[in-house]
Design a protein around this ligand. Structure first.
Ligand SMILES: [Zn+2]
Ligand SMILES: [Zn+2]
Length: 188
């Protein structure tokens, strides 16, 4: 979560980038046409609300829910003089929502695609190969190479299987009930 945060660009970053680019252009180009082009570019650029303005106002509008919210409901950085130096474009609530749904949906999709591939079934026709149970949340791939708990595939392994484009491993599509019954029969 924190690592991903660091990569995201904030308003402060964007402002700094634009300023650096302007300086570079001014250095590279000489003559009246170049100057005019730079001015044109500046005119057409959307005005960025400055960080000092945001801090003065005490509120900032979230780009996801479009609500005007107090600065405290955003992730932000302050310098030693308590001056706002960075603020995230979306509020903390929207940010959390985005990360949560994004992550769980891809994991869910990958797991489902693995079940479909190794279960050799079509969407909506997934079922346990021994008892016929149909709830996809209760289904699991059973790795036939193992005869202990390792045989039950975890979310991490689904991700790996998806990344390596479904390697040729023998799996049995089975519900957790039948899987544990099978494990129990191995132990006896
Ligand atoms: Zn929001
Ligand atoms: Zn079953």
């Amino acid at each position: 979560m924190k690592k991903r945060k660091a990569k995201e660009r904030t308003l402060g970053d964007r402002e700094q980038e634009l300023r650096i680019r302007d300086k570079k252009l001014e250095k590279q180009s000489k003559g009246p046409i170049a100057k005019r082009n730079i001015e044109k570019r500046r005119k057409h650029r959307k005005p960025l609300c400055s960080l000092t303005k945001i801090q003065k106002r005490g509120t900032h509008s979230c780009s996801a829910c479009k609500e005007e919210k107090p600065v405290e409901s955003f992730y932000a950085y302050y310098d030693n003089a308590n001056k706002l130096t960075k603020i995230w474009p979306t509020c903390i609530l929207c940010d959390r929502k985005k990360h949560r749904t994004g992550r769980s949906s891809t994991l869910r999709e990958r797991r489902l695609s693995c079940l479909l591939h190794y279960g050799k079934a079509k969407i909506g026709k997934l079922k346990c190969s021994s008892c016929g149970h149909k709830n996809t949340d209760a289904l699991v791939l059973f790795d036939l190479r193992y005869k202990n708990e390792k045989a039950l595939i975890t979310l991490k392994v689904y991700k790996k299987l998806y990344e390596y484009k479904y390697p040729d491993i023998k799996f049995k599509l089975i519900c957790y009930n039948c899987a544990h019954a099978l494990l129990y029969s191995y132990k006896k």
